[in-house]
Design a protein around this ligand. Structure first.
Ligand code: ATP
Ligand code: MG
Length: 204
């Protein structure tokens, strides 16, 4: 077979395959007609959970829609996303005291978590907010600072068109069961393990 014939055959095969894929995708797109807010859980031990949540916040705000963020971790940490989002008027709540990765005091942690949760519940009841990011909420449930049932209830009863993203390692099974979309970020390797310090503008 000549080179030209070989090329023609390869092109034909490629076109056939693409047509098949297009048909399958078109059929699935035609089937997905429901309009509703989505509840997504982003969990797992790999890096990329919060950045994924914030990526969706950027997407939402970029469309002129409204988003709100609650970060269930002490706000003493520098956070590039917070600096940016506060400038463009995105409500952004974090804990004044309490939980960090080296959490110490149960009482003050619980109080701080509850305070942030009160704000989160307000967002989850507010129809004018299209997207709520509950960053690092899983730990509040693991440590028993916030009741799982309370979280499930608030998410179930939110406005129909509101989407919610919840991040953190070790998401409780009932959260992933309730979620419409669950992504688990797997750690393949992390720079930290070879001694690289958390880098500004990349890790925070
Ligand atoms: P990011 O905010 O970068 O998306 P994350 O939300 O997936 O990370 P967290 O568990 O919230 O991860 O961790 C917060 C901090 O720990 C970030 O600075 C992140 O870079 C770092 N980190 C995340 N995963 C790992 C890991 N597997 N090993 C070491 N450090 C990690
Ligand atoms: Mg995170």
């Amino acid at each position: 077979m000549s080179q030209d014939e070989l090329k023609a055959r390869r092109d034909e095969k490629h076109a056939e395959r693409q047509q098949r894929i297009k048909k399958e995708v078109d059929e699935r797109v035609a089937k997905a007609q429901t309009e509703q807010g989505v509840f997504q859980v982003i969990t797992g031990n790999g890096k990329g959970k919060s950045t994924s949540g914030f990526g969706t916040v950027a997407r939402c705000v970029g469309h002129g829609m409204s988003a709100a963020v609650v970060q269930f971790i002490k706000g003493g940490w520098e956070c590039g996303e917070r600096n940016l989002l506060q400038k463009v008027g995105v409500p952004f709540t974090f804990m004044e005291t309490g939980f960090t990765w080296e959490t110490q005091n149960r009482d003050s942690d619980t109080a701080a978590a509850q305070e942030a949760w009160v704000v989160a519940k307000q967002y989850l009841a507010d129809e004018s907010i299209d997207l709520v990011l509950l960053d690092e909420l899983t730990y509040m449930i693991t440590y028993d600072y916030i009741e799982l049932g309370d979280v499930l209830e608030a998410i179930k009863n939110r406005p129909k068109m509101q989407s919610v993203i919840l991040t953190g390692r070790g998401a409780h099974r009932e959260l992933t069961e309730l979620a419409d979309t669950v992504s688990e970020v797997r750690n393949v390797k992390h720079a930290f393990d070879s001694g690289v310090k958390a880098q500004k503008g990349f890790d925070f």
